[in-house]
Design a protein around this ligand. Structure first.
Ligand SMILES: C[S@@+](CC[C@H](N)C(=O)[O-])C[C@H]1O[C@@H](n2cnc3c(N)ncnc32)[C@H](O)[C@@H]1O
Length: 269
């Protein structure tokens, strides 16, 4: 995960008055602003002694310096929603047992592809809140979504409804009242990554690689009204370690979903 001390600055595409939105992005991501002053990106990095630089483009922030550029694009989620709209199924929708009106806490927002699918299915009567512990990933995805103004109305509406929080999901879960979401969903970085998984590869060097904590799953059980779901590789030991007894395989892929159903609470009085 990129931290402040790893060295990153934000700059604009061309020299000019700093865009107030860029400064808000910099504050949210916790990285300093370095005025472009007609310098090449290599020169900005050299002058600032950093290995990465975010360029504030009109379409949203783009991180340079790693092996691959990192920026927000809804394509992965959008393609899945397009398939849903054609009447095809989606393994996440099945695993979460999603339906319009449900409230979902996505504890591992990442690139927001799953959050987009969830947002589309739960609709305006539902809710999706995504938490991301890497401030840089959270800021790039938040501002990338905000600046993404293309595409059909259903896409814009689903993107607009995603609430993004920056922070560790354990702390965010602890701050939520009991039974405040229908579903709590975890998709942490796999313990044993899939080698060819191009969609996630630009995220990998920036992401929080820590394993999911047993305590976070316990908190999720308190916060969820219906179900807690974990995505992992289908033979992962994580399901057993974290107490997911019911594992739903995804037909075509190496991925599986661990499901914990929550017993309905009996109301007293
Ligand atoms: C596999 S990616 C999630 C991909 C996401 N489901 C999507 O559709 O784009 C895992 C993400 O969870 C984040 N993460 C890992 N541990 C976390 C934690 N304790 N709290 C919040 N986010 C966390 C990582 O930084 C990474 O961005």
């Amino acid at each position: 995960m990129i931290k402040l001390e790893d060295g990153c600055v934000v700059t604009e595409t061309r020299t000019g008055f700093p865009d107030p939105e860029m400064l808000m992005f910099a504050a949210g991501a916790g990285i300093p602003y370095s005025p472009r002053q007609d310098r090449s990106l290599a020169r900005v990095m050299e002058d600032e002694k950093v290995s990465r630089v975010v360029v504030w483009e009109r379409e949203g922030p783009i991180l340079y310096g790693g092996e691959e550029k990192f920026f927000y694009h809804p394509s992965m989620g959008k393609n899945r929603v397009s398939r849903l709209r054609r009447g095809e199924s989606d393994p996440l929708v099945q695993a979460l047992d999603l339906a319009p009106g449900l409230e979902v806490l996505d504890c591992t927002l990442g690139l927001g592809a799953d959050a987009l699918v969830i947002s589309y299915v739960v609709g305006s009567a539902g809710r999706v809140m995504g938490t991301e512990s890497s401030p840089l990933v959270a800021a790039i995805v938040r501002w990338g979504i905000k600046k993404y103004v293309k595409g059909p109305v259903w896409l814009q509406e689903a993107l607009d409804r995603i609430e993004i929080h920056t922070g560790d999901h354990f702390e965010i879960l602890r701050s939520q009242p009991s039974q405040s979401f229908d579903i709590v969903y975890f998709d942490p970085m796999f313990r044993n990554p899939i080698a060819v998984c191009s969609g996630i590869s630009p995220l990998r060097p920036l992401a929080n690689p820590e394993p999911l904590m047993v305590e976070a799953v316990q908190e999720a059980r308190r916060v969820a009204r219906r179900r807690v779901v974990l995505k992992e590789r289908y033979q992962s030991q994580e399901f057993q370690r974290l107490g997911f007894e019911q594992v739903q395989m995804s037909k075509k892929s190496e991925i599986a979903y661990g499901i914990m159903d929550i017993e309905p609470q009996i109301q007293e009085g």
